[in-house]
Design a protein around this ligand. Structure first.
Ligand code: GLC
Length: 577
C-alpha cells in the first residue's frame, strides 16, 4: 500500500523491510517481530491522562507533554484506549468513526505529532481496535436502520421475529436483559452482545471484513505498531437470529494478520480473547493468528494469590495455561489490573466466591461487585493501599513470562472512586500533583471535567499523586520504575527457559529463567511478614549479581538463602556452574 498516495498527511514510519504482501513473506520463519516480547507496555486513556488546553478533557497533546514521565517510568510501548469520535456511552468502546480522533481529545495532526515524538524516543504505539461492534451513532448503523436495501443493513444482525431468534446472556448482565433491542427506525430488533447502543457487526459479511482490514491499514499508515483487538472472543461467538458462526474464524485472524503485516512487517496483534484456557491456543492459529493474548487466567490468579498471601493460584495458573515456550507461538500479555472490572471468572468456583467477599468494598449503592464476576476496584484498593505489596506485585508482573502491561495510575497506587457509576470508578483522571487544582490533571472548572478527579479517595485513605513520588527514593513509583528497568535489562525473561522453583513457605514464590549458560532467579514473598527461604541456585557465589530488590542473600553450596522482608522480592542472576 502506498502510504503517501492519499496526500492527506498520512505517512509511513521508517521500517526495516515492510511491504511483504504474500502469505509466505508474512509468515516466513523469523517473520515474527520480537520487539513486543521484550516490551513493557503502559496502558492509558487519553481523555483522563492530561488536559493540555484547559477544557477538562485529557488530550493527545497532554500525552505528548507527559512523555518524559513515561520515560522515567521506563516503559517503551504505549497502548492507547479508544480515542475515536464516540458518544462515550461505553468510555469510547462505542466507536462512531474509526478514522478520526474525537475532537475533544485532539486531531489527526496531534496524533501524527505523538507518533513522531514516540519515534524519537524509541517508543512503540498500540491502539485499540473495536471490531465486534460499533456505536449506534456510527454512520453504518444510521444507514443500516434507515434503509433495509442499503448495503449497510447487512453490516449488522437483525430479526423481525425476536421470539424465535437466538438468545444468549448479555456480557453486561446487570444492565442489559438480553442481546436484542428494538430499533424504531428499522422496525426490527438488532443483535448486541454488549450494551444496547453497541450493535454487533456481522463479521461474517466479507464487506464488513474488508472495512475492518482497511481501518487497520489506515492506522498502520499513520505509524502505529499494532493493535489491541477488543472483544476478539465475542467476535467469533454465535451471532444473530440463527446463531450464525463464522465458518473459519482462524481464517479471519489470519487474513487480518496478513493485511496488517503487509503494511508493517513488525506490526503486532494483541487480542482480548477471554476464552476458556483450553481454547486459547486456537487464537494463535499456529503462529498465523494473534501474536499475544491478554492473560485473563494469569490476572485473576496472580492478583488473587498476592492478595491472599498464598502461591497456590500461581501453580494452578501454570498448570492451566499452555506451557511458556520462548520459541513457540503462544505468548501472553500479563497484567495485574486493567481498565475494566477485575474479572474473576477464571478462578476455581470456591476462590471466586471467596474473592467476591474478601475484596468487596463499598455497599449502599457503592458496591464494588459488578457484572456478577468481578470488582470495580484498582490494585491499591485490593491491597489496602499497601505500597510494599503493590511494588512486589509489579516486580512479579515484570518477571513473569509474557509482555507486562502497567495500568496507568497503578504505578502510583491510585484508588478507585466507588461514588462513580459502573467502571468509571477505576477510570478517574491521573493525579499529577495533589496540591494543584484537579490534582494537576486539568486547569478547567471541576464541573467541566470529563470524569471527576478523585480528590479524597476513600474516607481517611491516602490518595496518591505523582509529585510526591517521582524522584523520591523508595516511593512506589520509583520501585515500579526500578522493576521496569530490571525487566528491560533481563532479556532472559522473554527468551530464556522458564521453570518454577519450589520453595517451602506457601507464601513465597520463586521461578527462574535459563539462557545461554546463565540463570535468572526471581523470588517474591507474598506474606506481609519476613520470610527466609533457601532455594537451589547453581551459580558461583562470586558471580551472583543482584538485579532487583534489597533482600539480604547468601549464595553457597548450590543454593541461595534469601531473607525477605514482608512483601520483599529479589532477582539474582549469574553464570551457571
Ligand atoms: C472490552 C473492553 C471494555 C468494553 C467492551 C465492549 O471488554 O475492555 O471496556 O466495555 O470491550 O467494547
Amino acid at each position: 500500500m502506498d502510504a503517501d498516495a492519499s496526500g492527506d498527511g498520512t505517512r509511513e514510519r521508517e521500517r526495516s523491510g515492510g511491504g511483504a504482501s504474500t502469505a509466505a513473506g508474512v509468515f516466513a520463519d523469523g517473520g515474527r517481530p520480537e520487539w513486543y516480547r521484550d516490551a513493557v507496555v503502559y496502558s492509558l486513556d487519553v481523555k483522563t491522562f492530561r488536559d493540555s488546553d484547559g477544557d477538562g478533557w485529557g488530550d493527545v497533546r497532554g500525552v505528548i507533554d507527559r512523555l518524559d514521565y513515561l520515560d522515567d517510568l521506563g516503559v517503551d510501548c504505549l497502548w492507547l484506549r479508544p480515542f475515536y469520535p464516540s458518544p462515550l456511552r461505553d468510555n469510547g468502546y462505542d466507536v462512531a468513526d474509526y478514522r478520526d480522533v474525537d475532537d475533544r481529545l485532539g486531531s489527526l495532526d496531534d496524533f501524527d505529532a505523538l507518533v513522531d515524538e514516540l519515534d524519537e524516543r524509541g517508543m512503540r504505539l498500540i491502539t485499540d481496535l473495536v471490531l465486534n461492534h460499533t456505536s449506534i451513532d456510527h454512520e453504518w448503523f444510521q444507514r443500516a436502520r434507515e434503509d433495509p436495501e442499503s448495503e449497510y443493513h447487512d453490516y449488522y444482525l437483525w430479526t423481525s421475529h425476536v421470539e424465535e431468534a437466538y438468545h444468549t446472556e448479555n456480557i453486561f448482565p446487570e444492565f442489559e436483559d438480553g442481546v436484542w433491542s428494538y430499533d424504531e427506525t428499522a422496525g426490527k430488533h438488532y443483535f448486541h452482545q454488549f450494551y444496547w447502543h453497541q450493535p454487533d457487526l456481522n463479521v461474517a459479511n466479507p464487506a464488513v471484513q474488508e472495512e475492518l482490514f482497511s481501518i487497520a491499514e489506515f492506522w498502520l499508515d499513520r505509524g502505529v505498531d499494532g493493535f489491541r483487538i477488543d472483544a476478539a472472543h465475542p467476535m467469533i461467538l454465535p451471532k444473530g437470529h440463527d446463531a450464525h458462526r463464522l465458518e473459519d474464524p482462524q481464517g479471519l485472524f489470519r487474513e487480518l494478520k496478513r493485511r496488517v503485516r503487509a503494511v508493517n512487517d513488525e506490526a503486532v496483534l494483541l487480542a482480548e480473547a477471554d476464552d476458556e484456557p483450553d481454547r486459547l491456543d486456537f487464537y494463535f492459529a499456529d503462529g498465523e493468528g494473534f501474536d499475544a493474548l491478554f492473560n485473563f487466567v494469569g490476572n485473576s490468579h496472580v492478583t488473587y494469590g498476592i492478595g491472599v498471601e498464598d502461591v497456590w493460584p500461581l501453580y494452578r495458573m501454570f498448570e492451566v495455561l499452555p506451557e511458556p515456550d520462548p520459541d513457540g507461538h503462544a505468548w501472553w500479555a500479563n497484567f495485574l489490573r486493567n481498565h475494566d472490572e477485575w474479572n474473576l471468572l477464571k478462578l476455581p468456583h470456591e476462590a471466586l466466591e471467596h474473592a467476591r467477599e474478601e475484596f468487596r468494598q463499598g455497599g449502599d449503592g457503592r458496591d464494588s461487585w459488578i457484572f456478577g464476576r468481578g470488582h470495580r476496584l484498582r490494585l491499591a484498593d485490593l491491597y489496602d493501599g499497601d505500597h510494599d505489596r503493590i511494588a512486589m506485585a509489579h516486580s512479579l508482573l515484570l518477571s513473569l513470562p509474557g509482555t507486562p502491561i502497567v495500568n496507568s495510575g497503578d504505578e502510583i497506587g491510585m484508588h478507585a472512586d466507588l461514588d462513580l457509576p459502573e467502571r468509571q470508578a477505576v477510570r478517574t483522571p491521573m493525579r499529577w500533583d495533589g496540591s494543584e487544582p484537579n490534582a494537576g490533571f486539568s486547569e478547567a472548572d471541576p464541573g467541566d471535567l470529563v470524569i471527576p478527579v478523585d480528590g479524597t479517595g476513600w474516607p481517611g485513605v491516602y490518595q496518591a499523586d505523582v509529585a510526591s513520588q517521582r524522584g523520591v527514593e523508595g516511593s512506589l513509583f520509583e520501585r515500579v520504575a526500578d522493576a521496569v528497568r530490571a525487566r528491560r535489562d533481563s532479556p532472559a525473561v522473554s527468551r530464556g527457559e522458564f521453570s518454577i522453583v519450589h520453595t517451602d513457605p506457601t507464601e513465597v514464590w520463586a521461578h527462574r529463567f535459563d539462557r545461554e549458560g546463565r540463570a535468572l532467579l526471581c523470588v517474591h514473598n507474598f506474606s506481609g511478614e519476613p520470610r527466609e527461604v533457601v532455594v537451589g541456585f547453581d551459580v558461583d557465589p562470586a558471580d551472583a549479581e543482584r538485579v532487583l530488590g534489597d533482600a539480604d542473600y547468601r549464595v553457597a553450596d548450590g543454593g541461595v538463602t534469601a531473607s525477605l522482608d514482608g512483601c520483599g522480592y529479589l532477582w539474582l542472576r549469574g553464570e551457571r556452574r
